[in-house]
Write a protein that binds this ligand. Sequence first.
Ligand code: CTP
Length: 413
Amino acid sequence: MRVLLGVTGGIAAYKVASVLRLLAEDGHDVRVLPTAASLNFVGRATWEALSGNPAPTETFDDVPSVQHVRLGQRADAVLVAPATADFLAQMAAGRATDLLGNALLATEAPVMVAPAMHTEMWRDPATQANVATLRERGVHVLEPAVGRLTGPDSGPGRLPDPEDIVAALYALLDGSRAANGEIATGAAAGWGDLEGVSLVVSAGGTREPIDAVRYLGNRSSGHQGFAIAEAARERGASVTVVAANVSLPLGEDVERVDVETAAELEEAVTGLAGSADAVVMAAAVADFRPAQASDVKLKKSGTDGMTLELVQTADVLAGLVAARRPGQVIVGFAAETGDDAASVLEHGAAKARRKGADLLVLNEVGDGKGFGTATNTVTLLSADGTVVGEASGTKLSVAHAVLDRIGALLSRD
Ligand code: CTP
């Protein structure tokens, strides 16, 4: 799993190097975010060497990858150890003065903090009020151990032993998401788990010309497909996006092919699929196009109605499934509305069986859901229509859930 480890400025920071080692030995991919004050106790080089990852402090380190948001969004668990009295106050106030503060606000993962300080500071009403606030918000606050503190004094305030912190973290996760199979554990779910994977993602919605200025289109914005592309890139994949009429920007290290019609999309995607490990068909592709498109603008004068003759377009996803190489993963999307005949899930399961893709990402649309919204709720279905997962939240967090599944499918043999 992906663990964010926040280290704040207390002498007990040195013990957290052992926490990091234990997590790394268990196969977890750890990103350390030390606060500036903590670097007085343990230097950045220690965190980077032990984790094998960069250990940034400032929000303005590596701005293009928007890591202040992504690190939090991508974490399966966040641990802050040691947590100083001052940091607990910052957390309780929801302040984001550095990268760790930002990541904590951006995460939906379980958060555990391990306070360590002198007994008087721990017992101070301000600290106790902050701890109570954090607990109320669902943060798991470990009780400090009792014993010898830095000076001659002793009492509650010691950082628990590294083994105990790690065991408490695992217990917390077992009691929540890990128990539901929602998070993968082990190295496979690391921050760079898609390194070496080549991925093609289609996104947006096709437009089928009627005449020189008009077209048949749909309401797909491309946000979910683009989020999958960005998230996959972040996880180390090399990504090409086939964008059908999407006005959103993409990071520079993602290849982009712009298309307009279903036929153009088919040509681009099938061409690229030959050398791709996985293809995600997030685009809304027109099923029909006008049989003839006029080169000039059609006039309404002299007619009081109009009939458009439509012909079917190629089913790109079906073509990809038919041409699938062994080990290649093909993912389809289904935007469904329920009706009298069947529920959204029944329509989705039937489509999963009909399409034969390795994974079908089903979402309910209509009534303000799905298109153009910042968040999404999806159900993941296997080729036989079985529900294999669910994800809800920002389109980026849904993207990561889809990629977790793709990663598992790619490494199944
Ligand atoms: N798709 C495709 N080519 C098409 C139409 C759809 O590749 N001509 C892909 C979409 O990108 C998506 C999946 O097929 O991944 C499901 O699209 P959808 O329009 O829901 O499927 P249809 O088979 O067209 O089903 P329906 O009868 O519900 O429209």
